[in-house]
Design a protein around this ligand. Sequence first.
Ligand code: ADQ
Length: 485
Amino acid sequence: MKNKTIIVSNRLPLQISIENNQDVTVSPSVGGLATGMKSVHQEGDSLWIGWSGLTEEEVNPEIQTQINNAAEKEKCLAINLTEKELDDYYYGFSNRTIWPLFHYFMEYTKFDEEQWKGYKQVNEKFAEKIIENLNDGDTVWVHDYQLLLVPGIIKASKPNVTVGFFLHIPFPSYEVFRTLPWRESLLKGMLGADLLGFHTYDYERHFLSSVSRILRHETQFNEITLKNRIVKVDSFPMGIDYEKFEQAALEHFEKTQDQKSELQVRLDQHLDTQPGSKMILSIDRLDYTKGIANRIQAFEHFLEKYPEFKEKVRLIMLAVPSRSNVPQYQKLKREIDELVGRINGKFSTVSWTPIWYFYRSMPFDNLIDLYTSCDIALLTPRRDGMNLVAKEYIATRTDLSGVLILSEMAGAAHEMNEALIINPNNYDQIADALKQAYEMPLKEQKSRNRIIQRRLKRYGIKKWADEFMKALEGTKVNHISKKAK
Ligand code: ADQ
């Protein structure tokens, strides 16, 4: 039998919805991960396992059959969760324990035994589904912080299966990670993998340090020696589908007046009414790690420190609703509403509103309208595993104009040195960077962006997935040579 690859992530790359309580519609989602995994998933012999996005309470046997059939066509297998599982595993342990702790928000981190039990239970549920579909010699690639225990469960039951794991968020320093009551179980779960991938060398280093100090395993460079095998650890900075963004931007510029979106028409009007003015873009999920409140306050400081820029800039802020069941996210939403209202109230004139704020998800075309229309992108996460928005912004600047201001706390900052790199807590530095960006000569913008674009083109999302899979294949040789000794 031919060996296959099983991809596992919390959510399937499918949008599944039930209409009129009976009709199921399933469409592939177009996110970065789905695109990146295309070469592994669609072009290879593979199966993708993940949560359907539905709860068991919503699904009856007839609907389940429709879902299974539709998912199968996309080479996917859907797992449903009960409402309780969803509360404990997803909204609970994943998003109220691991997410804040791994992003250094200790004050938001909840240590709750019941939620931990739910997390374990759902990780086991995922692992069972994977194991049911596995044969010796197959490869499994598990994604992200919701499934940290899955590699360990698989390895214990199927030692001859090759397991890879990639963490999309930061791995925190040992001093932060050690505060977790379940630190050993999480590390042991991760060490079920033969290859562990992180976005940056720093995350990898933090992980190795926790493994050696908590589990006392021998770690050397990028290898961990266990009793009967070696685990490889490496960094794979995730890229974007560069050509897709570049192409979309080129098509955007070819649009005639009547093909333009309503948003684009509004953006164009802004330039008509405020000639010479510049637009500053900010796009994120509404998440406390993204530093949105800091950004607004730094923008206020900029307008106070450099009042000559009043009526010459506008901050266009898009916040995508996210995890709105978690109290911290509701609180943040209120805080941002208030800050935007206060600043607009303080600085607005008859013809100028300093901040345009959108709280919604937008279709891809509108995202491209924003990327291509804004002269400056201001991204100030307090912590961010990578930050793909920074890369997407640069990819759409087909004429090489534009300035990226990026937080040093984003993984992407390691690959984008030519951007203006700031500390998100230093409002004065952000104000100065905004002034520098506004005044930066076009020639300098072009020379900076040319270098970043070259780099992003070279290491796109497909390359990222292929390199990981190649390294994972390489661990098979590792097993064999270790056994032979
Ligand atoms: P996120 O925290 O979601 O991802 P990010 O890397 O910026 O953050 O990715 C956001 C994605 O959503 C981008 O591809 C962007 O195009 C898209 N998007 C943003 N606004 C949108 C909108 N209004 N409508 C539709 N799409 C929108 C996590 C980690 C990151 C890491 C990624 C990938 O937190 O640090 O970079 O995974 O590993």
